[in-house]
Write a protein that binds this ligand. Structure first.
Ligand SMILES: Cc1cc2nc3c(=O)[nH]c(=O)nc-3n(C[C@H](O)[C@H](O)[C@H](O)COP(=O)(O)O)c2cc1C
Length: 417
């Protein structure tokens, strides 16, 4: 995976010589919508399904010039939203068992396949019928359009954030679930008629519905283009194929949000936002500990190493930490800004985290889990009225040098007031 990572780096030289002009009029559409003859259902009409809107609902809108942009419960690099969600539902009152496409902007689900004895479980090792299965795919061109090759990283992070949103929505209802990366993605991509422009990345499933084994989808699923136009990018398609490893452990029993009361978690989901500028105020050590509760342990379990620069946490030595151990003492605000491609958020924060990992076969999964963890950080910070933002733009080379690591740098995350 190293060759893909290296080809998507930002280093000081590239940054100075690269051209970054973007014609925003050419931005591809960021949502998929089916012709009106497909049946669709408003989520608010189904008591059992209302929670789903917490995954990606519109929580604010902004106007740039005269263009209105909807902001969602999940963040996205550059607001490009490359991910799509499909939900297979069984045993929901007044709803046919089927595969649905989640349309965040309209708060509805669209039926794209009615189930008989078939189902997406067929593409998993355990083929027993499940009650709910979420599948996250990505339409890479939405992100490639702006970020070119580096889009591979942002797509993985966006997927992880969305996985975090699904976790939060299920946690609200106390529905147990498993995150499962292991399914025959290539066959499922084919049966969804994606033609490689869109591909499945991961899945979440809840409890067994019936101990009945499912058959292969009995007809191909009708596909509508995820963008209004799209261009092939072989690099991203090759990366996707090479990144699939045989097996990654199922992620379950996650304890990263269960200490929040239901109303508080709901409020955090509704209010989550990326901050645009900090006021450079300090945060307390208790707040820092609350926000990162169980996070370092979770990351370490998967060999994701988190470094952080403490710019402004009260009663904690300023400096660079690896996991929770101080590495270098000092005021590194300026360097923090510089590493993040001169973005002030990184130096004006109370802490800026650096997610890193060794080069490994698990690159694809660890990158997604980095986004997942970051979504938890968004929600836990929001709960305390502390602001934050993911930072996908940073210098790879000088960040590694400063951290004194050979690890790949996956993501930066700034938290503060
Ligand atoms: C993977 C990822 C990378 C991001 N990188 C940056 C960044 O480098 N700088 C920045 O200011 N915001 C960054 N953001 C924040 C997005 O701009 C923001 O999520 C998007 O505009 C939507 O706004 P919202 O998060 O308030 O809903 C990033 C977000 C994600 C998910």
């Amino acid at each position: 995976m190293q060759k893909f990572h290296d080809k998507t780096d930002i280093n000081a030289k590239k940054y100075l010589t690269g051209s970054n002009f973007i014609d925003y009029r050419t931005q591809p559409r960021a949502y998929k919508s089916y012709p009106s003859f497909f049946l669709s259902f408003n989520l608010d009409d189904f008591e059992e399904l209302k929670f789903i809107k917490n995954i990606g609902k519109i929580t604010a809108s902004k106007t740039y010039g005269n263009v209105k942009v909807d902001l969602r419960a999940n963040p996205s690099a550059g607001g490009l939203y490359p991910s799509e969600i499909y939900i297979q539902l069984r045993g929901i009152k007044s709803l046919v068992n089927g595969i649905y496409h989640y349309e965040a902007i309209e708060n509805k689900i669209t039926l794209i396949h009615e189930l008989s004895n078939d189902g997406v479980e067929y593409y998993f090792e355990d083929k027993f019928q499940k009650k709910i299965i979420f599948l996250i795919s990505n339409a890479y061109f939405r992100s490639d359009w702006k970020y070119e090759k580096r889009a591979i990283r942002y797509i993985l992070l966006d997927t992880g954030h969305l996985l975090g949103s699904i976790y939060a929505a299920l946690e609200l209802e106390k529905i147990p679930f498993n995150i499962d990366f292991n399914f025959d993605k290539n066959s499922l991509n084919e049966d969804f008629s994606f033609d490689k422009f869109e591909s499945f990345y991961t899945s979440v499933f809840t409890q067994i519905h019936k101990e009945l084994e499912c058959k292969k989808l009995r007809t191909p699923i009708v596909n509508v283009s995820a963008c209004d136009y799209q261009l092939k990018e072989n690099f991203i398609e090759e990366f996707y194929i090479e990144a699939q490893k045989d097996f990654f452990p199922i992620v379950s029993n996650i304890n990263l949000l269960n200490d929040l009361k239901k109303e508080d978690l709901q409020e955090a989901i509704n209010n989550r936002r990326s901050i645009r500028a900090f006021k450079k105020e300090e945060i307390s050590k208790d707040d820092f500990l609350f926000i990162t509760k169980n996070i370092f342990e979770f990351a370490q379990k998967y060999e994701i190493e988190i470094y952080f620069i403490n710019n402004n946490v009260k009663d904690m030595k300023k400096g660079l930490y690896k996991n929770v151990n101080l590495q270098k003492e000092g005021d590194f605000k300026e360097i923090a800004t510089k590493l993040a491609l001169n973005q002030k958020l990184s130096g004006d924060s109370a802490i800026t985290l650096f997610f890193t990992a060794k080069n490994s076969e698990e690159y694809f999964y660890l990158y997604i889990l980095t986004g997942f963890i970051s979504q938890i950080l968004y929600l836990r910070s929001t709960h305390l009225n502390i602001s934050c933002s993911g930072l996908g733009a940073y210098f790879d080379d000088i960040s590694k040098e400063f951290l004194e690591t050979e690890n790949n740098i996956f993501y930066l995350f700034a938290i503060g007031k």
